[in-house]
Design a protein around this ligand. Sequence first.
Ligand code: HGY
Ligand code: MN
Ligand code: MN
Length: 415
Amino acid sequence: MDLTINSDRLSGRLAELSEIGRVGETGVCRLALSEEYKDGMQLVRKWMDEAGLETRFDNFGNLIGRLEGKNQGQPAVMLGSHIDSQPSGGRFDGTIGVLGALEAVQTMRENGIQPEVPVEVVSFCDEEGHRFGVGLFGSRGILGSLEPGELERADEDGVTRREALTDFGADPGKLQESEYDTRKISSYIEMHIEQGPNLQEQDEPIGIVSGIAGPRWLTVTLTGTSGHAGTVPMPMRKDALTGAAEIITAFNSIVQTEAGAPTVGTVGDLKVYPGGRSIIPEKVEFTIDLRDSDLARRDEYEQQLREAVKDISEKHGLRHDISDDGGTTPKEASREIMDIMSEESRTMNLTPPVLMSGAFHDASHMADACGMGMIFVRSKDGISHHPDEYSNDEDIAIGTELLYKTMLRLVERTS
Ligand code: HGY
Ligand code: MN
Ligand code: MN
């Protein structure tokens, strides 16, 4: 395919960024605001500077590169994603969106095209939410959508987000200075790996996203009575882990109530206290990740889960607590941006399939501020959040070419 973007430069940068925080041959651990994250952001900033963007870090730990348009003061077209990763993540999740966005803007400049309106490339801080337990921090931050107490959330070493932001060089006392007047953003587009099997099954390099499922995050804590595993008779036990096991099995059934629905439920982390082969578990803490494209169905399933926690806890004589870790509601992509992506795809002799995103993205929150569009790039075997995550250079280049063409259509219009 004839490409306008420089695919060698793009794949070279992706390979170089993948070395920062590399784990094993192909994995990445670049947790938000970690040293690896800082190194990665500095490298991306260097490339943004080389591309002629005006760069800055904001107080949420976001990196923003800006190119002025012919018409000062016009709302900007924003392109972005993230370079923070899961602890045993892959090297494509988020990074292709940041580097693809930079490649699109750099190509526009190198072709002597000055946009009518400003363009911003953003590498959002802590999309994944692993280190402090809640994600989409940087994109929620610029929109003024943080929950109370988020800066006090601590990682497993007890370092708070506030301390980590300060170490990063941000000023968590001045977050408001980094918030956007959303009238200053006209649209947001993001390229991301699909992280699912659909494009591979349809043998398509890219897809156009119609919407993003909304995750609901909870933490369930069950407390019973510890005791000697050899001496406490079964009828007398208040075993927190037995209760947790029953609740998790119930949750797994609840989310599969409606055959064919895209609802998914995951318990990804579970801690047992005090822990030990010969000790009856006193306390268990586990995470809930419940996602759906239909908010009413998700709310119904959440209610059923809450009832199951209550009933099963009573059955086992356990105290229970369910803490709210937030999430997002399901979001729709802009029809107008989807149509532009389809039109531009046809100039590339492509007809990308339209599909939902089960994964959330920074686009989930940007959709609250402006028209949002996403381009998916094929994931090998649908693997993600794993070192075996893989997308090939050619598919990434095709996705970036469409991102470039879509951006050109959006930046030529003044509002
Ligand atoms: O979990 C997610 O959906 C995202 O990839 N962090
Ligand atoms: Mn991601
Ligand atoms: Mn991810």
